[in-house]
Structures are given as structure tokens and as C-alpha cells.
Write a protein that binds this ligand. Structure first.
Ligand SMILES: O=C[C@H](O)COP(=O)(O)O
Length: 252
């Protein structure tokens, strides 16, 4: 039985004091259940302090991106080694906002996935189609290509430990959630793609999240679907109360 993974992606929000307050409040109220894992994906400046605060709790801390090189002349970048050194355990890779504004490509996502595993970080790889692609019936092919490239040259064990977040771009921050059936249809396809690349057994272990306007009002229905194992949440993860409700839904 796969556990549910609820990741709150704060994106470029919160000041240091707000980030601290959030973790102080959430960490003592998290459901103590091995059915669910709760993660906060914080901006870089707060990672060290949040890792400290979350020590000894079930809350995990993620970065929202990273470079694939260990070090070097990459002004402004943060390496996987730096994240691991801080005690960060997850990293979001290939978010559609990184792909759109910062030239993240399937090739760099794949390099980053390899770099993440090299440094003991669990990658959360984002894939998803635009509205135009959905309307042109290209969703399944597009997502298949993104997943295939992201997982290229990984071992089966690494694939089994990769989290894939299906985020239809048209549903991000728009209030338009894919219906749970639409979301599950693509997540099922992703699992079939992983099975084709590796094996049915490996595919059955992969955590596949849905992301795009997830909130307490729709999370139960999404998590009840056969191939949705959690959520990558933006807006509704910013307030402790709604983040906790999402995690509680994952623990049911
Ligand atoms: O990483 C999270 C997603 O981009 C979803 O954001 P949202 O929940 O605000 O739609």
C-alpha cells in the first residue's frame, strides 16, 4: 500500500518569521500516521532554519529547485550537495514555472534527478500539459515524453523512489481543478509508462501526486482515486490550517 505524500510548495512566498511560525504551528499538530508524509517546499533562504525546526518531527523539508552540478561558476545557483549538507531531503524538479521562466528542460530535469539521487535527495518531478495541448488531445503523449525523459538511465530502485507530480498547467493557481477522473486518468497513464520503462512491480511503488488548485474541499475526492498518491499544493499550503487539513486527508 503506497503512502500519501502531501507537499506544500510555498513558491516565492513568506518571510523568515512567517516560515518559522508556520513550521512551529504545523509540526505539533501533524497527524502521527505512517499513512502520510508531509513536506514543506521552502524558498532557499529558510531551508536551514526549517530543517533545524523540523528535527525530531515527521515534517520533511524540500527545496523548490537546484542545479545539477556539485559546485562551480554558476552564480546564483544552489547545488544538490549544498541541500544535502543542510539536511534537506526532497527537491522539486521541473516545475512548470521553472520550465516556463527559467529554461528548465526535460534534459536538465533528467540531469537533476540523477544529481538528486547521487546526494541522497528524493526528487519530486513535475510533469503536465498546457491547455492547448489538452485541447489538441496531446496530454497523454506529452506527459509520457516528459516522464520517459526525466527517468532516463535511472536504476529501477531509483525509479521506485522518484515522486512524480502530475500538474496540468491550466489548473495551477487558476482555481480550475482537473476533475478527479481527469486527474486519475493521467496518473494511471503515468504509472503505465513507468511500468513500460521498468516493470509493473516498480511502477506499483511509485508515488504519483496530483497538483493544481488542490484545497481542503477537493482533496478527499482526489486522494480517493486509484492512482493519486498525494498532492503538490501551492496556494492552499500557505496557511497552517489548510495545509494541516490536507495532510489529515492523506492520513485517512
Ligand atoms: O506546486 C504546486 C502547484 O503549482 C499548484 O499550485 P496551486 O495549488 O496554487 O494551484
Amino acid at each position: 500500500m503506497r503512502k500519501k505524500v502531501i507537499a506544500g510548495n510555498w513558491k516565492m512566498n513568506k518571510l523568515a518569521s512567517e516560515a518559522n511560525q508556520f513550521v512551529d504551528e504545523v509540526k505539533v499538530k501533524l497527524p502521527q500516521s505512517d499513512k502520510v508524509e508531509a513536506i514543506v517546499c521552502s524558498p532557499f533562504p529558510y531551508l536551514a532554519q526549517l530543517v533545524e525546526k523540523a528535527k525530531g518531527t515527521t515534517l520533511a523539508v524540500a527545496a523548490q529547485t537546484m542545479h545539477y552540478e556539485e559546485s562551480g561558476a554558476f552564480t546564483g545557483e544552489v547545488s544538490p550537495e549544498m541541500l544535502a549538507d543542510l539536511g534537506v531531503t526532497y527537491v522539486v524538479l521541473g516545475h512548470s514555472e521553472r520550465r516556463e521562466y527559467y529554461n528548465e528542460t526535460d534534459e536538465t530535469v533528467n540531469k537533476k534527478v540523477h544529481a538528486a539521487f547521487k546526494h541522497g535527495l528524493t526528487p519530486i518531478v513535475c510533469v503536465g500539459e498546457t491547455l492547448e495541448q489538452r485541447e489538441a488531445n496531446e496530454t497523454m503523449d506529452h506527459v509520457e515524453m516528459q516522464v520517459t525523459k526525466a527517468l532516463e538511465a535511472l536504476s529501477e530502485e531509483q525509479v521506485a523512489n522518484t515522486i512524480i507530480a502530475y500538474e496540468p498547467i491550466w489548473a495551477i493557481g487558476t482555481g480550475k481543478t482537473a476533475t478527479s477522473e481527469q486527474a486519475n486518468e493521467v496518473c494511471t497513464h503515468i504509472r503505465e509508462v513507468v511500468a513500460k520503462l521498468t516493470s509493473k512491480e516498480t511502477a506499483s511503488k511509485v508515488i504519483i501526486q496530483y497538483g493544481g488548485s488542490v484545497k481542503p474541499a477537493n482533496v478527499d475526492e482526489l486522494l480517493a482515486q486509484s492512482d493519486i498518491d498525494g498532492a503538490l499544493v501551492g496556494g492552499a499550503s500557505l496557511e497552517p490550517a489548510s495545509f494541516l487539513q490536507l495532510v489529515e486527508a492523506g492520513a485517512k
